[in-house]
Design a protein around this ligand. Sequence first.
Ligand code: E4P
Length: 224
Amino acid sequence: MFELYLDTADLAQVARFNACLPVHGITTNPSILAKSTQRLSQLLPALTEILGEHSQNFVQVISEDVNAMVDEAERLIELPYNLVVKIPATEIGLSAIKRLKARNLPVLATAIYSVQQGFLAALCGADYLAPYVNRIDTFGMDGVGVVADLQLLLDKHHLPSKLLPASFKNTQQVLDVLKLGVASITLPIEVADQLFGHPAVNPAVQQFGLDWQSVFGNKLAYEV
Ligand code: E4P
């Protein structure tokens, strides 16, 4: 089943979107957590309160060498929350991913800027791959194209990694990756907000109300 994530640690926004959408969990990175200033020990219980204990959430390791990454990832996974650890898909990160997957621990390969890099992470067994769509675009390259080629390679080689495209700045990028059949996506709040927006929607709904009231006043549908 398709997995929808929010790329934020803003709990008020998580609660808002969870009320109207099937939010699977949140993705974070060190910048998102630093901006929110919340400690994980505060964030995770509050998040579980909002999304329930079956939600799945993503936290990135801070360590920079292989042993420390593996150790940090293990400590995160031991916490009583359903966490997937994010490991940058660098040479060092791939070593950590390989070791973690040898023990079947849940891993997302992050900071993916190229097809080749994502493919290597898939070969190392990463459960999720996070290509950075908008950041790739800002290099003058094709973020959606990278996602398309990665999906093609996953399918061609029957690799079980799921694509979890990240880094969006507009809804067209979102639509373009959804059409590729990706298994999941993570949306920043500003972009999730825009998904609701079409200038014709509210006027259409208001007109229904006006038409109804002109004939039936304040009665409800089951009352007439
Ligand atoms: C998620 O895995 C990434 O850390 C995040 O989506 C990057 O998004 P940004 O390019 O908007 O910072």
